[in-house]
Design a protein around this ligand. Structure first.
Ligand SMILES: [Mg+2]
Length: 475
């Protein structure tokens, strides 16, 4: 089993011990594509890091043509930024948890923000506004868990099981403000479809949920669902014409639970990116998720089947260079495969061995999944995205008053509960008030109503290791 370090040990990614997967009936082509996608993300990130925030006019005069260091963050050539750090947090969660655990994903994002987990420098030196807001909010909300489970410190609350978390009715891990339509979820997306490559509908659903943790706007969620579907298509042998066909979404709508996606994402999917003039015709490498999605697809569509050409084209659009290239790299890497990424770039990529290793484990564990996964998922996990999109449409149509009324209604099910609590920025304040009140029974009835005090002791200690290894030399 591949194990990841504790965030408290401050082990840099290139010092993490890699581990071979057990022997299995490996499809080398798909494995090459899965590694290509994860490495492609990191390569794009590293390629654009030195010129992040530079406008297109600067890059037109000083185009990037190689893996270079310095610039915006002063990183060594090949080192990467928040895009890859968050993607590795997500990938490590899927591997360590052997599945989709949104609480654990948020915990790992918090570790990155707070302890530099999976950072190429050992600390978080760049973070998007919506992501920061969600992580800060999540940290505040974790206080609600400490009392019923008698957690004495961060480690104990961070390592509670998802089952324990879901027993607390008043805890919601989806912490995004409303209208968060940046590209911060799309930039880290690919571990989800890479892990669930055998079950496209589950991959698409979880891609949306993974976005919803930090970016609640339907455009950000649906950009991730659509992009996950493209990555799944690439892994399942679709050629480029099929992937970029204007009817790709319609033909594969069953992967989306037959739910519609936001009209702005449909416009992209139907071909708004097919502009030969690129920047001159409005393609932009901006942080708005619709711009990013369009730019990445424009590069993929016009790269002449060259990863190198497409990645450089995204960087040289300027602005959010690293992220646009990281988004491109996820799909292009999945389509072309690891072996088509330029060797001189791979040689410079920071912690490449670890990223390749994590790609192999995503494939190994993803290969073991299938029918059982599908059955379990179908029975236990109805979509929260459907509820979210309905809620957003309702809000658009009926003004905010009706949405506020809906969120105040008693929760009727676990997933409705998640939805009703999402996007509520007064939540941490309510939570803080409730913690300091004496009315714990009503605030924590998710636990107190079914647990005896002895049970609560048991649950307090029923934590797991999250695939940690401790670096004894540092303890
Ligand atoms: Mg970045």
């Amino acid at each position: 089993m591949l194990k990841f370090p504790s965030p408290y040990d401050k082990i840099l990614p290139d010092q993490i011990k890699t581990e071979k997967t057990p022997e299995y009936n490996r499809d080398n082509n798909i494995c090459n594509q899965i590694i290509g996608s994860l490495v492609g993300l990191a390569i794009g990130d590293a390629l654009g890091a030195s010129v992040e925030f530079r406008p297109q006019q600067y890059l037109a005069a000083n185009p990037v043509s190689k893996m270079q260091g310095g610039g915006t963050w002063g990183l060594d050539a090949g080192k990467w930024t928040d895009d890859t750090s968050m993607a590795l947090c997500l990938a490590s969660s899927l591997i360590a948890e052997n599945g989709f655990n949104p609480y654990n994903q948020m915990v790992r994002y918090k570790w990155w923000h707070k302890h530099g987990y999976f950072s190429s420098t050992g600390h978080c030196f760049d973070i998007g506004k919506a992501t920061r807001q969600s992580i800060v909010e999540f940290t505040l909300r974790q206080e609600i868990l400490k009392i019923p489970y008698r957690c004495r410190n961060e480690y104990e609350v961070d390592t509670l099981t998802l089952d324990s978390i879901e027993r607390i009715k008043d805890f919601n891990m989806y912490c995004s403000e409303e209208d968060s339509a940046g590209n911060g979820a799309l930039m880290r997306l690919c571990p989800v479809p890479l892990f669930y490559f055998k079950t496209p509908d589950i991959a698409v659903e979880y891609a949306g949920r993974s976005a919803l943790l930090t970016h609640s706007d339907k455009k950000a969620v649906d950009a991730c669902r659509y992009y996950a579907a493209l990555i799944i298509g690439a892994l399942n042998g679709y050629d480029k014409d099929e992937l970029l066909h204007k009817d790709f979404y319609k033909k594969n709508k069953h992967w989306f639970g037959n739910e519609s996606i936001h009209e702005d994402i449909i416009l992209v999917a139907e071909g708004s990116f097919k502009k030969k003039g690129g920047y001159e015709q409005g393609i932009r490498g901006k942080g708005y998720v619709v711009n990013s999605l369009e730019a990445a697809l424009w590069a993929f569509w016009s790269d002449g089947n060259s990863f190198e050409k497409g990645a450089l084209a995204t960087v040289n659009l300027g602005d959010d260079t690293d992220t646009t290239a990281a988004i491109y790299g996820q799909l292009a890497g999945a389509y072309y495969g690891y072996k088509k990424i330029p060797k001189e770039w791979l040689d410079k990529l920071y912690a490449r061995e670890l990223i390749v290793c994590m790609g192999e484990w995503l494939h190994f564990q993803g290969s073991q999944r299938g029918l059982v996964d599908f059955l379990q998922y179908s029975i236990t996990s109805p979509s929260i995205l459907t509820e979210t999109s309905r809620s957003q449409e309702q809000k658009q149509n009926q003004q905010t008053a009706s949405a506020a009324t809906a969120s105040a209604e008693p929760n009727k099910s676990k997933d409705a509960n998640v939805n009703n609590k999402s996007n509520n920025m007064s939540y941490s304040k309510q939570l803080s008030n409730s913690i300091h009140s004496n009315d714990l029974e009503s605030d924590f009835d998710g636990v107190s109503s079914f647990m005896s005090s002895n049970d609560q002791d048991t649950y307090t200690r029923k934590t797991h290791t999250y695939g940690f290894y401790r670096n004894n030399s540092k303890n």
